[in-house]
Design a protein around this ligand. Structure first.
Ligand SMILES: Nc1ncnc2c1ncn2[C@@H]1O[C@H](COP(=O)(O)OP(=O)(O)O)[C@@H](O)[C@H]1O
Ligand SMILES: [Mg+2]
Length: 333
């Protein structure tokens, strides 16, 4: 059911440029999490740090007993096999057809026979909906199909943890909706821990169990999706409503004077959070997502630690399910 990833006090700089500091969070095993953040806030750097390709100066990334930031490279390489990474641009080899691209990690990292490789590759091609396109070159297919091929390649080594870097970038809203459904279906089928980095609001609203946001070199928050979706924190509310009003500016963060002037114009209010829409269900025929029950138990057990607005939203989410039995915890419910 996937493996938990525990990040503790992670700090990363390049020379004098600090990317983010003191980032701590846990990706719950088998659940889907999203990391939001404006462009350039270090989301890709964060993913690369999780798999140990970049080494933060401080903090730890614990995966199955290995610290991806500090453990000996041999252990890090071994633990990296638990991950499947879908790169932002698909990162496919232009001269190889999709089949060979997707087979590449198997040929590189395993000694499997060609017949076994064929079976695995075709199965993953089926999962991402690319059957029939396996003979095509990356240059002959759409951006959406290239993303799917990149995802299929991330899946061939049976990862326990799947990291997706902006699976929506360059896609139109309809293709993005298909990718969102594919990510939920994937989690249903393989029950892996997933982290999706994106600034797409529709993915943020409909896909994750948990969500966080990087801003101003800090993790603003990370927790159950309802925490971010009901947050009145100006930067979160601005981001989730795609508003020009708030701390995020065109090319840099706005100064305090600009912010105060905006707040004045808007009667002291920045932006209201948008309504919570239901999380996507798996496609018909796939059955239940196993993470749902685990996540419900986990979130209900931490209810007392959450802000009121998030608590109300979580209660509403689960009360809507006719079979849901809510525990009575000290009259809080
Ligand atoms: N290998 C690197 N060396 C130096 N600076 C880097 C490197 N990788 C990323 N950066 C810098 O880190 C910042 C965050 O980059 P990135 O993680 O790509 O942002 P995001 O994915 O959120 O758009 C950028 O300013 C970028 O220039
Ligand atoms: Mg990026």
């Amino acid at each position: 059911m996937g493996i938990e990833v525990k990040v503790e006090g992670l700090t990363k700089s390049f020379g004098k440029q600090q990317i983010w500091q003191d980032v701590s969070l846990t990706l719950p095993a088998g659940e889907v999490s999203v990391m939001l953040g404006p462009s350039g806030t270090g989301k890709t750097v964060f993913l690369k740090s999780l798999i140990g390709l970049l080494k933060p100066e401080r903090g730890r990334v614990l995966v199955d007993g290995v610290d991806m930031a500090r453990s000996p490279e041999r252990d890090v390489m071994e633990a990296r096999k638990l991950f499947g990474l879908m790169f932002q641009d698909g990162a496919l080899f232009g001269s190889m057809n999709l089949f060979d691209n997707i087979a590449f990690p198997l040929r590189e990292h395993t000694k499997k026979k060609e017949s076994e490789i064929r079976r695995i590759v075709m199965e993953r091609i089926d999962v991402v909906g690319l059957l029939g396109a396996e003979g095509k070159l990356p240059g002959e297919i759409s951006g959406g199909m290239r993303k799917r091929a990149g995802l299929a390649r991330a899946l061939v080594l049976d990862p326990q943890i799947i990291l997706c870097d902006e699976p929506d970038s360059g896609l139109d809203p309809v293709r993005t909706a298909f990718i969102s459904q594919l990510l939920i279906d994937l989690n249903t089928q393989i029950d892996a821990t997933m982290l999706i980095v994106t600034h797409n609001l529709d993915i943020a609203a409909t896909v994750p169990d948990n969500m966080g946001m990087l801003f101003r070199r800090n993790l603003v928050t990370f927790g159950p999706r309802e925490v971010l979706l009901t947050s009145r924190e100006p930067v979160i509310a601005q981001f989730l409503t795609a508003s020009k009003i708030g701390p995020i500016g065109m090319s840099e963060e706005k100064d305090a004077a600009t912010l105060a002037a905006e707040a004045e114009q808007n009667g002291g209010l920045l932006v209201a959070p948008r309504e919570i829409v239901p999380q996507l269900d798996p496609s018909p025929g796939l059955g239940e997502r196993k993470a749902v029950a685990r996540r419900r138990a986990r979130v209900l057990s931490m209810l007392d630690t959450l802000p009121d607005s998030a608590r109300d939203a979580i209660r509403a989410t689960y009360a809507l399910e006719p079979t849901a039995v809510l525990p009575r915890a000290g009259g809080a419910l």
